[in-house]
Design a protein around this ligand. Structure first.
Ligand SMILES: [Zn+2]
Length: 288
């Protein structure tokens, strides 16, 4: 399916990228993206000086700096391990002063490419999630949560995260909770397909990934019908030479999920801006 044409007057948002450095912002500008939300990197954590939130080269950036993940679980590529609840407060303060405009947490593992319908280990329990959201809000920040699998998604939505990222193995029950809690969903459809391609898996795994994506698109259609707010996120590490095409491919996935072209534009632009807490005119609003 060809990607939906972009509307020249609209400001497109990518609600889930990973910024390697400032050149990643230039890459977004070149691809015609007006605003991005950076889901963090471990390099930023090591340097303690991520690309901060704000306007860079006409691109509005809402950055998490780096992610918080449960020690021993998934997430070491994106952030720093958390051992117990005692450190949540200090780490969130440290992120805030490093320029974070959002707190990114890893609330589950990732979709396993090797084992059917399974998720790698990782994530916080319900009490920890609730505390992370409370601590973030106490410094004026919301939480974006990497979450795959029904329980992790429900726990995140109930804890009050602003958005569920990826949300593979979404279920009707999880969508109901998200609709009730008004939790955004950034389904990052293309991310799984690209991961499968990069891993050069067997034909059997490729068929499995195709099936997971088909179900994912079905759940996007259901989310739309239930009123769960959706956003476009590529999960691209920027800079990336094929970024523009990857963004447009993500738009095409939503059209494939049965959304009208107008609906795809609306969630790429207006919903994206609402999720990032920015005005569509392009000024930073509530992210600070
Ligand atoms: Zn990501």
């Amino acid at each position: 399916m060809p990607p939906p044409a972009r509307h020249p007057a609209k400001k497109y948002v990518d609600a889930h990228v990973h910024l390697r450095d400032l050149s990643g912002v230039g890459c977004a500008a070149d691809a015609g993206i007006a605003a991005i939300r950076d889901a963090g990197s471990s390099a930023s954590a090591e340097q303690g000086a991520p690309v901060g939130s704000g306007a860079h080269r006409a691109v509005l950036v809402v950055s998490s700096g780096w992610a918080l993940y449960k020690k021993g679980g998934y997430g070491s590529a994106f952030g720093i391990p958390m051992e117990g609840k005692e450190n949540f407060h200090d780490e969130i303060l440290r992120l805030k002063s490093a320029g974070a405009g959002i707190i990114k947490i890893m609330a589950s593992g990732m979709v396993s490419l090797r084992k059917r319908d399974s998720i790698t280990p990782g994530g916080f329990d319900g009490d920890e999630l609730a505390l992370l959201v409370r601590e973030a809000r106490s410094v004026g920040l919301e939480v974006m949560a990497h979450a795959n699998g029904e329980q992790a998604i429900i726990d995140c939505a109930e804890a009050g995260v602003r958005s569920v990222e990826h949300g593979f193995f979404m279920t009707d029950r999880a969508l109901d909770v998200m609709a009730r809690q008004n939790t955004f969903w950034t389904p990052t459809v293309g991310a799984l397909a690209r991961a499968a391609d990069a891993a050069e898996p067997s034909n059997e795994i490729k068929a499995h990934v195709r099936e997971v994506i088909r179900t994912h698109l079905e759940m996007i259609g259901k989310a739309r019908a239930l009123g769960v707010p959706l956003a476009i996120g590529t999960d691209c590490v920027l800079p990336h030479p094929r970024y523009r095409a990857i963004y447009d491919a993500e738009l095409a996935y939503f059209a494939e999920a049965g959304l009208s072209l107008e609906a795809v534009q609306q969630l790429a632009c207006e919903n994206g801006a609402r999720l990032l807490g920015i005005k569509t005119e392009g000024q930073a609003a509530s992210s600070k």
